[in-house]
Design a protein around this ligand. Structure first.
Ligand code: SF4
Length: 250
């Protein structure tokens, strides 16, 4: 049953809010939490691009085992750093990014810390972070929401795929563009935004997976455009991967 949101909405707003409330019933409400301190999270998130969590953590551990301080990572010979993080995808790209990020932060701030972001406006902090090499909207949004409680919405591959399949986003909207489009439709409350992110993320991992979404178990099936189409919609979030998609109808 669709739930009416407590603010003026268009159809897309209603659908997003209904999906949020439906997923809240499934996953509950969490307070905001992060995995580690912000500086570690920034570097770990650079390692995480297109990499499984296990491989990201293996690369992260190998890097800090070999180079225990951020200054040592900054000064590490490039080939050695690449070798350390080889379990992450594209280590030859990520190693220079990590060295450049650490150099920029230490040169500008005198220490390897991003705690100063808490004193910046959301727009200033977002601009500062996305000017760093290898730091895009998703990484910056994760850091700002999880550690500094700024009102932004990180859109990773799971959030993008589920919101697009349900029909909140148009079929050609990119994940980059989705950051702005989804945020415009939500209250600027960090706890709400954290829960929206977590719920769509978990739902994409556990239920609305790439190839075999478990539609028969899904709390969003009654309003889902992808499910109603029998899995035939061509979507940018699953471009080239829809062939052979199996929709299991309970
Ligand atoms: S109904 Fe299926 S395609 Fe739609 S959100 Fe749920 S699992 Fe994904």
């Amino acid at each position: 049953m669709a739930v009416q949101p407590p603010f003026s909405v268009t159809d897309s707003h209603s659908l997003l809010w209904w999906a949020h409330l439906s997923l809240t019933e499934v996953y509950g409400t969490q307070d905001i939490y992060g995995r580690m301190d912000p500086m570690h999270e920034l570097i770990a998130t650079i390692l995480s691009h297109r990499t499984t969590h296990a491989n990201e953590m293996a690369a992260y551990k190998a890097m800090l085992d070999r180079f225990p301080t951020w200054e040592q990572v900054r000064d590490a010979p490039l080939d050695d750093l690449i070798a350390c993080i080889q379990t992450a995808k594209y280590p030859e790209v990520k190693a220079p990014w990590i060295k450049q990020v650490l150099t920029s932060i230490i040169d500008e701030r005198g220490a390897a810390t991003v705690d100063f972001l808490s004193d910046m406006s959301t727009e200033e902090a977002m601009s500062w972070l996305t000017n760093l090499p290898g730091v895009g909207l998703k990484t910056a949004s994760l850091l700002l929401l999880f550690y500094f409680r700024k009102p932004v919405l990180p859109v990773d591959t799971h959030v993008h795929r589920v919101t697009q399949r349900v029909g909140v986003l148009g079929p050609k909207v990119s994940a980059e563009r989705a950051h702005k489009l989804l945020l415009e439709q939500l209250p600027k409350d960090p706890v709400v935004l954290f829960n929206v992110h977590k719920h769509f993320y978990w739902h994409g991992q556990r239920v609305c997976t790439w190839y075999t979404p478990k539609c028969s178990e899904c709390a969003l099936a009654s309003q889902c455009a992808f499910y109603q189409s029998g899995g035939t919609l061509e979507l940018s979030s699953t471009a080239g991967r829809n062939t052979g998609l199996q929709i299991r109808i309970g």
